[in-house]
Write a protein that binds this ligand. Structure first.
Ligand code: UT7
Length: 329
């Protein structure tokens, strides 16, 4: 049995936060943000809109496009670092309940911006082992809830949104997810973190509200991201005897245009091969790859059989890549 990437869906909140608006909130400019990140604007969820609300909307679209019935979903895995509740219940169980799927296996994983690659690997493993048949994977983030809007080093980057995909069992090898890499280096955990909210910090009571916001060593993370991702994508292509020119769509995590360009240039990819949404959504962490893929799909540019290369890098530190054909109905 193989695992096929059957469908994609996404949800994008309506409220837009532009660089101009941010430049009135912190000491920054549209010019600086555009030049250093490629971001022009990002979406912000409504105050009462939760991560699970966004996840459900993305999931409903993905299921509608999958050719399977909602009731045939047997597992839901959500990648998020901005869950509805920090400890329990998991966002996946909230999503399952909102969708009327109370008997499925449901859990969250925490791999920050690499979350979607991690949930994809979990779906593949459960399907290939024969344990599950139709797995709903979701990357959903309300990053605005954990972003410090007085810190110009981070608040210019992040945005909200959700993306979802249905991964199904298939006997057709041509539909199979080809390969996946997932990795982590916990020694660099303090490059990107939210220090509050866990047993790792013994001084909970003394912590200020800012401790639950993202703290990032931006420039250090940037350099490692470029080096690590470049090596990783070269490796996954070589391992699978695939040339960069065989890739129809390179769909990277949308953290910074300069990281995407550096990796794309290292592979000598043409502009048409590289999917970019960072200018309009910013960095939506675990949601960014499926949101970008959904845009491609809705523009009519993602067709059955198209070979996709995904890559991501984020807190943990974690990173990963995936090589797979789109197996849409
Ligand atoms: O998705 C998860 C993984 N995350 C990432 O991959 C993020 C990786 N990092 C980045 O994208 C970039 O490092 C940033 C966009 C966060 C920063 O860009 P940079 O080119 O690495 O800038 P920098 O941190 O080295 O800062 C350069 C200068 C500094 O001023 P001085 O010391 O040279 O006077 C900063 O204080 O830019 C200043 N600066 C800003 N200026 C205007 C930092 N943020 C801003 C800002 N507006 N928003």
């Amino acid at each position: 049995m193989y695992a096929a990437f059957r469908s994609i869906g996404a949800y994008v909140p309506t409220k837009v936060l532009t660089n101009e608006e941010l430049s009135k909130m912190v000491d920054t400019t549209d010019e600086w943000i555009t030049k250093r990140t490629g971001i022009k604007e990002r979406r912000i969820a409504a105050v009462n809109e939760t991560t699970s609300d966004m996840a459900v909307k993305a999931a409903e679209k993905a299921i509608e496009r999958s050719g399977i019935k909602k009731e045939d979903i047997d597992m839901i895995v959500v990648a998020t670092i901005s869950p509805d509740y920090f400890n329990m219940p998991s966002t996946a169980t909230v999503v399952a309940h909102k969708m009327g799927l109370d008997k499925v296996t449901a859990f969250d994983i925490s791999a920050a911006c690499t979350g979607f690659i991690y949930v994809l690997s979990i779906a593949k493993a459960f399907i290939e082992s024969g344990m599950k048949k139709n797995v709903l994977i979701i990357g959903a983030e309300k990053m605005s809830a954990i972003t410090d809007y007085t810190d110009r080093g981070t608040c210019i980057l992040f945005g909200d949104g959700a993306g979802a995909a249905v991964i199904c069992a298939t006997e057709d090898k041509s539909e199979a997810i080809t390969d996946l890499h997932t990795a982590a280096d916990g020694s660099l955990g303090d490059f990107l973190m939210t220090p509050d909210g866990g047993t790792g910090n013994p001084h909970q009571a003394e912590l200020k509200a800012e401790a639950s916001f993202i703290q990032m060593k931006g420039n250090e993370t940037f350099k490692i991201a470029v080096r690590t991702l470049t090596n990783d994508v070269v490796e996954i292509l070589a391992d699978n005897n695939t040339k960069a020119s065989d890739i129809k769509h390179f769909i990277p995590h949308q953290a910074n245009y300069r990281i995407i360009k550096a990796v794309g240039d290292a592979l000598k990819l043409e502009k048409e091969q590289v999917v970019l949404t960072v200018h309009k959504y910013g960095n939506t962490s675990g949601a960014s790859i499926p949101m970008a893929m959904n845009d491609l799909y809705e523009e009519g540019k993602l067709e059955k059989g198209d070979l996709m290369l995904l890559d991501a890098f984020g807190g943990g530190l974690t990173w990963g890549s995936a090589l797979l054909p789109f197996a849409g109905k």
